[in-house]
Design a protein around this ligand. Structure first.
Ligand SMILES: NC(=O)c1ccc[n+]([C@@H]2O[C@H](COP(=O)([O-])OP(=O)(O)OC[C@H]3O[C@@H](n4cnc5c(N)ncnc54)[C@H](O)[C@@H]3O)[C@@H](O)[C@H]2O)c1
Ligand SMILES: N[C@@H](CCO)C(=O)O
Ligand code: NA
Length: 814
C-alpha cells in the first residue's frame, strides 16, 4: 500500500490535475493521495484575509479571482452531466469562505484561529474538485477532509499532531473506506473540531503521517523537480538528482536550502522506517530519489552540496575565556532568551575564541545581547567587544559515507583553495555527516560550482577559458582546441569551455561557452567594444572556477593586467613576451603572485615556440644542475631568413616571405633588430636565476639605421629594399669562406650578448633549416657535449600548439 502527495505546482492547472490523476491511476498500490491547494491559492487566501482585516474593500476582487479559478477548474475538469452538482458544492464552500471574510472585514480582526480556517479552504477546494474529476476518470475515489482524522493541539498556524489519536482515526477511517482517498494536505482539527494547520512543510507532513499510520510500503512525494539534487540547479547547472540518500542526509541537505522536503515532515516516516520517494510530476518516467535508512554502497562519500547564501558571523574572544567553564552556556543562553537561532558554531581547542553564525537580520541584536551579558569581562578587557561580520555564506558538503572515507575534507579545501576562495570558519560535527565552511558571499556560487566539479564531475573537468588576441596565433589556437576537443574529453576528461574572446576592437562573453564553429561571426557581430579594463572586470565578476586567461597579443597594455588577473586566482598562459622580459621586478612579482594565489603562470612559447626550452631549463635548475653557458639561435624569423637567403633571392623578399609564413612578430622590425631575441635570452637568464634587465643584454645589431628608424612597417620594407645589396654582400662574404650566417645569442659568466656570426660546417648551428631554433645548454652535468633543443621555433601551428600544451598542463594541475 502506498501513499502519495502532490504539491501545489503539480495541481496548478486543470491540465496538470489530469496528469496527476493519470499518474495515480497507473499506480495500483495507491491508497491515499494527499494534495495541496492549487498553486498560489494559499498565499492568495492569506492576502485576501489580511486586506479584509485592514478594511480594504478590494479584498473582494481577490476573492472573486479565487472563486473564478475554482469554478473554472471544476467546469473544465468535470463531465457535463455532473458539472452543475459539483459546481454547486464548490459554490457552497465559496459562500462559507465569503462570509468568513466579511466577518473579518467588519470586525477588522484576523486571529490565528480564523486564519487557519480561511487557509483550509485551499485544500478543501482542490481535493474536492480533484476527487470528483478522479471519479470521472474512472477511479473509485472519495474526498477526505483530513480534519476528520488528523487531531492536533490548538497551536493555530503551527499545530502539533496528537499521534496516538490521529493514527487510530486514520486506521479506522481507511479500514471503513475502501475507495481511494483524495485527502486534504496541511489541515487538521483540535479536540473541539476547530480547524488547525500544520505549519511549514504542510502537505508533506500530512502524507508522512498517513504513511506512518498505515504502515505504507512507500511514501511518494510528487513535486516539480527530479528529486533531491546534488546542488541547487539554479546555481550549479550540472546538478543532478541523487538516486538514494538516508533520512539524515536528506535532512542535512534540506536544512541547507535544498527545499525539496521540509525536514520535520520526515520524522513520522523515519520512525516507522518507511521509504520516501521524491518524484517529478513533469517527468513521471524518471525514478527520482529514494530516502530511506540504508546508506548507499556506491562509494560516493558526498551526496550533495548546499549553501546558506547570507549569514553573519560573530566572534567572541579574549583571554578571559580560556579554561573558564560556563562561558558558552552564558553566551548561547543570552541568545536563546531572544530566540536567536545559531546556524553554525566553531571553537578551536585553544578556547580563546568562539565563532558562530546567525541570520544577518538577527546579528545586531545578538551583538547587543552578548555585549550586555559579558559587560563586566569586556570592561576588564578579558573579553573583546564582539563584532559581527556580514556578507558571508555557508557552503556545506553532506554525506554519510564521509566518515568512512579519508581525503574528503582535503579535496574540499583544495578545490576551494585552488579557486582563490578564502575560508573564514570551518565546522564539522563528529557525526561527520557535514563539513561546513564560511566564505565570502560573493564566492558562494563559485564555491558550489568548484565543489560540485570536484565531487561529482571529477570525470569531466571544465576549464573556463578567456582569450584575448585572436590574430594568427589566437585563431590557430582556437582551431586546434576545436579539433582536439573530443579527444581531450574522451581521453583526459578535460573540457575547455571558451567563455570569452576579444581582439583589439571587440569582445564577446558567453558564460555558457562559445561554439568554436562560429566564433568569428559571433565576435565580429558582438555589440561590445573591447577595452581591457572591462574585460578583466567581467571575468572577475563571473568568478568561475578553473579559469584560465590566454593572452595572444603582443600588447603591453594586456600584459599590464596580469597582476590583477593572478590576484583574482585566474591562471595565465601567454606567448606574449612583454611581461617576462619587462622589468625584473615585474617578472618576479608575477611568479610570486601565481604561487601565492595557487594558480599557474605559463609562458613556454616565449622562447622557441612549442619547443621545451623554458621547461627544460627549469628542470635543469630545479634538479640542481649549474648552467655554464647558453648558446642559441632564438629567432625563427632570422633563422628562416638566413636558411633561405641565397644568391637567387633578395633579402627584403625573404623577410616578406617570413612574415607571410607567420614567423615574424606583428612588427617584423622586432625580429630584425634582434630585440625579440634579446627578450628571449633575457628570459632564459632570469630562468637561470639572474636578476638581469633588458639593458644588460648587449646587441650587436646588423640592420641599417634607416630601416630601424622607419616610422611604419610599410616604410620599413621600402627602406629594406634599398639595403638589399648590403645584405647580399654580407651573405656572399660568408659563403666565400664556406660559412653561413647565424644570429646567435649567448649567455655566459653572467653576460648576455647577441651577434650575427658566420659559422662553418664544424659548428653545431651550421645545420639548420626552415624556422629552426637551436638552444645549447652547457651545464655542470652536460659539460662537453651540451644538451640541445632543436626544431621549428616560430610559426602559427607550433606556437599555438605550445600555448595549447600549457593550457593542458594547467588543466591537469587544477
Ligand atoms: N608568430 C610566432 O611564431 C610566435 C611565436 C611565439 C610567440 N608569438 C607571440 O604571439 C603573440 C601573437 O602573435 P600573432 O602573430 O598572433 O599576432 P597578431 O598580430 O596576428 O594578433 C594579435 C591579436 O591581438 C589583438 N590585440 C592586440 N592588441 C590588443 C589589445 N590591446 N587588446 C585586445 N586585443 C589586442 C589583435 O586584435 C589580434 O587579434 C605575440 O606576442 C608574439 O610575440 C608568436
Ligand atoms: N617572431 C618570433 C616568433 C617566436 O617567438 C620568431 O621569429 O622567433
Ligand atoms: Na618554448
Amino acid at each position: 500500500m502506498k501513499v502519495l502527495k502532490f504539491g501545489g505546482s503539480s495541481v496548478q492547472t486543470p491540465e496538470r490535475i489530469r496528469n496527476v490523476v493519470k499518474i495515480v491511476k497507473a499506480d495500483k498500490q495507491a491508497r491515499v493521495v494527499v494534495c495541496s491547494a492549487f498553486g498560489g491559492i494559499t498565499d492568495q487566501l492569506i492576502n485576501t484575509a489580511k486586506m479584509a482585516e485592514k478594511g480594504d474593500e478590494t479584498y473582494k476582487n481577490l476573492f472573486k479571482e479565487i472563486e473564478k479559478r475554482h469554478i473554472e477548474a471544476a467546469k473544465e475538469l468535470i463531465e457535463i452531466k455532473r458539472q452543475s452538482s459539483v459546481v454547486a458544492q464548490v459554490k457552497n464552500l465559496l459562500n462559507e469562505l465569503e462570509e468568513l471574510l466579511e466577518g473579518i472585514f467588519l470586525l477588522r480582526e484576523l486571529s490565528k484561529r480564523t486564519l487557519d480556517n480561511i487557509v483550509s479552504f485551499g485544500e478543501r477546494f482542490s481535493c474536492y474538485i480533484i476527487s470528483e474529476y478522479a471519479k470521472d476518470a474512472g477511479l473509485q475515489a472519495e474526498y477526505l477532509d483530513t480534519r476528520k482524522v488528523i487531531r492536533t493541539n490548538s497551536n493555530f498556524t503551527n499545530a502539533a499532531v496528537d499521534f496516538e489519536i490521529t493514527d487510530k482515526l486514520i486506521q479506522e477511517y481507511i479500514a471503513q473506506h475502501p475507495a481511494l482517498q483524495i485527502a486534504t494536505g496541511f489541515i487538521g482539527s483540535n479536540a473541539e473540531g476547530v480547524t488547525t494547520t500544520l505549519g511549514r512543510g504542510g502537505s508533506d507532513y500530512t502524507v508522512s503521517i498517513f504513511g506512518a499510520a498505515l504502515q505504507a510500503s512507500e511514501i511518494e512525494i510528487w513535486t516539480d523537480v527530479d528529486g533531491v539534487m546534488t546542488a541547487d540547479p539554479r546555481k550549479v547547472a550540472q546538478a543532478f538528482p541523487v538516486p538514494t540518500l538516508t533520512y539524515e542526509e536528506a535532512m542535512e541537505l534540506s536544512h541547507f536550502g535544498a527545499k525539496v522536503i521540509y525536514p520535520p515532515t520526515m520524522v513520522p516516516a523515519l520512525k516507522k522506517n518507511i521509504p520516501i520517494l521524491i518524484r517529478n510530476t513533469f517527468n513521471p518516467d524518471f525514478k527520482g530519489s529514494i530516502i530511506y535508512n540504508q546508506s548507499s554502497s556506491d562509494g560516493k562519500a558526498v551526496k550533495g552540496i548546499t549553501s546558506i547564501s547570507n549569514i553573519a558571523l560573530l566572534r567572541v574572544q579574549g583571554s578571559g575565556m580560556v579554561g573558564v567553564a560556563g562561558v558558552s552556556a552564558r553566551l548561547f543562553g543570552a541568545l536563546a532568551k531572544e530566540s536567536i537561532s545559531v546556524i553554525l558554531i566553531t571553537q578551536a581547542s585553544s578556547e580563546h575564541s568562539i565563532c558562530f553564525a546567525v541570520k544577518p537580520e538577527e546579528a545586531p541584536l545578538a551583538v547587543k545581547l552578548i555585549n550586555e551579558e559579558f559587560a563586566t569581562e569586556i570592561q576588564r578587557s578579558e573579553i573583546d567587544k564582539v563584532v559581527a561580520e556580514y556578507d558571508l555564506s555557508i557552503v556545506a558538503i553532506v554525506g554519510e559515507n564521509m566518515k568512512k572515507t579519508s581525503g574528503v575534507a582535503g579535496k574540499m579545501f583544495q578545490s576551494l583553495g585552488k579557486n582563490g576562495i578564502n575560508i573564514t570558519a570551518i565546522a564539522q560535527g563528529s557525526s561527520e555527516l557535514n563539513i561546513s565552511v564560511v566564505i565570502k558571499k560573493e564566492d558562494e556560487v563559485k564555491a558550489l560550482r568548484a565543489l560540485h566539479q570536484a565531487f561529482f564531475l571529477s570525470d569531466i573537468k571544465v576549464i573556463n577559458v578567456f582569450i584575448v588576441g585572436v590574430g594568427l596565433i589566437g585563431s590557430t589556437l582556437l582551431k586546434q582546441i576545436q579539433e582536439q576537443k573530443k579527444y581531450l574529453l574522451k581521453e583526459y576528461s578535460i573540457d575547455f569551455k571558451i567563455i570569452a574572446l576579444a581582439n583589439s576592437k571587440k569582445k564577446l562573453f558567453d558564460a555558457n561557452g562559445i561554439d568554436l564553429t562560429v566564433w568569428k561571426e559571433r565576435l565580429f557581430n558582438s555589440p561590445e567594444n573591447m577595452d581591457m579594463e572591462s574585460f578583466v572586470r567581467e571575468m572577475e565578476q563571473l568568478n568561475l572556477p578553473n579559469s584560465v586567461f590566454i593572452d595572444n597579443t603582443a600588447s603591453s597594455l594586456v600584459s599590464s593586467f596580469y597582476e590583477r588577473i593572478l590576484k583574482a586566482s585566474i591562471s595565465i598562459v601567454t606567448p606574449n613576451k612583454i611581461a617576462s622580459s619587462g622589468g625584473y621586478h615585474q617578472y618576479q612579482n608575477l611568479k610570486d603572485l601565481a604561487k601565492k594565489h595557487d594558480v599557474v603562470y605559463l609562458y613556454e612559447t616565449n622562447v622557441g615556440a612549442a619547443l621545451p626550452v623554458i621547461s627544460t631549463l627549469q628542470d635543469l635548475v630545479n634538479s640542481g644542475d649549474k648552467i655554464l653557458k647558453i648558446e642559441a639561435v632564438l629567432s625563427g624569423t632570422l633563422s628562416y631568413i638566413f636558411n633561405t637567403f641565397d644568391s637567387t633571392k633578395k633579402f627584403s623578399e625573404v623577410v616578406k616571405d617570413a612574415k607571410l609564413k607567420g614567423y615574424t612578430e606583428p612588427d617584423p622590425r622586432e625580429d630584425l633588430s634582434c630585440s625579440d631575441v634579446a627578450r628571449k635570452i633575457l628570459i632564459l637568464t632570469r630562468e637561470c636565476g639572474y636578476p638581469m634587465e633588458s639593458s644588460d643584454v648587449v646587441i650587436h645589431g646588423f640592420i641599417p639605421e634607416s630601416c630601424q628608424k622607419a616610422p611604419s612597417v610599410e616604410e620599413f620594407f621600402v627602406e629594406l629594399e634599398k639595403s638589399d645589396a648590403y645584405f647580399e654582400q654580407m651573405r656572399a662574404n660568408a659563403e666565400k669562406e664556406g660559412k653561413v650566417l647565424r644570429c646567435i645569442a649567448k649567455f655566459e659568466n653572467g653576460r648576455a650578448d647577441i651577434a650575427l656570426q658566420a659559422v662553418g660546417r664544424e659548428h653545431p648551428f651550421y645545420q639548420l633549416s626552415g624556422s629552426d631554433n637551436i638552444i645549447a645548454f652547457t651545464t655542470a652535468r652536460y659539460p662537453e657535449r651540451p644538451l640541445l633543443v632543436k626544431g621549428a621555433g616560430a610559426g602559427a601551428e607550433v606556437t599555438a600548439a605550445g600555448v595549447f600544451a600549457d593550457m593542458i598542463r594547467i588543466a591537469n594541475y587544477l
